[in-house]
Write a protein that binds this ligand. Structure first.
Ligand SMILES: [Zn+2]
Length: 374
């Protein structure tokens, strides 16, 4: 509780009995939230709704919508599951890069058709995983499909035409390109997941991937991009700022990168959030399955996360955005052993980043639970 602003401590204390940390704005009102970056299994809806109510999250975006059509009709299944949640879940579709690129010479057109179908069914955006650039085979199958492959242009153009934002993950933490040994700052995470290391792998350099990402954003000014994980370069907020200045069609989410941005100077990050308050959307990268063992909060260790991991994840996240506390444990210590400093955003900025920016981008306002009675 030491994390709350002194001026509002009395107000906050009065609701602490019923609510965990972080549920109230400085005004004493509850802050509505949309988490734009989740991965939800169709069998995890009950668990998801419990989690949302517990932590004060009104709407979520499921980035794991998958593809429409046979044989598995996964997108249809995901949309049906979302409907059961009473308007609290929006779904981003994926497209089947591997199969379509292999089977059609005009694969960009084929992928665009898949996106049209996804939109008709009810998907509101497109999520592109890091597999683009790092894993999917290109035409001919001998090289990797590049993030800026011109053959894919029809897909990116179509998303803009359809008004579907593209949440795009390119690259990964820079540390994953460095040797996986105790000197690596993400050693804990790499020990738990050795396959996450790209060191010595036949993949492009981090920098080459990032430049391809930039060319892609530049090529489609009428398409909205959400660069996930703080614009794909959370290690370098100045570079994120330059990208946001240069490309008005670019937004960033905060998913799974509070540890990374939390070790930047708090004053510098507060200025960043204030300057780009209309371009940042809140996300966590929480994965929800049917059982606790299938959960993921931002990242996972070797073992499934516990209730204590969940509590630390959400409490440290609210604490980062809402307080100016110094040197506290990050939401996901497995991502690095450093401590973080809170940015203590104003209520006006919090409302935009937590809710309003996503609502505007997605043209979607999930129902917000009533204000907490004082
Ligand atoms: Zn994710």
């Amino acid at each position: 509780m030491g994390g709350f602003r002194v001026a509002t401590a009395v107000v906050v204390l009065s609701v602490m009995v019923a609510l965990p940390a972080g549920h109230t704005a400085p005004s004493g009102r509850r802050l509505p939230r949309i988490d734009v970056h989740m991965h939800i299994s169709p069998t995890g809806i009950d668990r998801l709704l419990t989690l949302m109510d517990k932590w004060g999250i009104d709407g979520v975006v499921n980035l794991s919508g998958m593809y429409p059509g046979p044989p598995r009709n996964m997108l249809e299944m995901q949309l049906e599951a979302a409907r059961r949640a009473g308007g609290r879940i929006a779904v981003f579709a994926n497209v089947d890069f591997v199969r379509v690129v292999r089977s059609r010479p005009d694969y960009g057109q084929g992928l665009a058709e898949q996106l049209v179908q996804a939109k008709k069914l009810g998907a509101v955006g497109l999520k592109i995983p890091k597999g683009l650039g790092l894993g999917y085979p290109g035409p001919g199958g001998k090289t990797l499909l590049a993030v800026d492959d011109p053959g894919l242009d029809p897909l990116f153009a179509k998303a803009g035409e359809l008004g579907m934002p593209i949440a795009i993950h390119t690259g990964d933490p820079k540390a994953f390109w460095k040797p996986a040994n105790p000197a690596n700052e993400r050693w804990d995470e790499l020990q738990a997941h050795p396959e996450w290391s790209f060191y010595g792998q036949p993949v492009p350099s981090w920098e080459a991937l990032y430049k391809a990402f930039e060319r892609r954003v530049a090529r489609h000014p009428r398409t909205i991009f959400i660069g996930v994980h703080f614009g794909n370069v959370p290690e370098d907020p100045d570079r994120v700022a330059r990208m946001l200045d240069k490309y008005p069609n670019l937004y960033v989410d905060t998913a799974a990168r509070v540890p990374e941005i939390g070790r930047q100077g708090a004053a510098k990050m507060r200025r960043f959030f204030e300057k780009y308050q209309d371009r940042i959307v809140f996300g966590t990268d929480t994965g929800v399955g049917e059982s606790q063992d299938e959960m993921m909060y931002g990242s996972n260790g070797a073992n499934p996360p516990t209730a204590a991991d969940e509590k630390r994840f959400y409490e440290a996240t609210w604490r980062y955005f809402e307080t100016t506390d110094k040197q506290f444990e990050s939401p996901t210590p497995i991502q690095g052993r450093w401590k973080i400093d809170g940015v203590g955003l104003s209520e006006a900025v919090l409302r935009k980043i937590y809710f309003e920016n996503a609502a505007r981008l997605l043209k979607w306002r999930p129902p917000v639970k009533a204000t907490v009675a004082q």
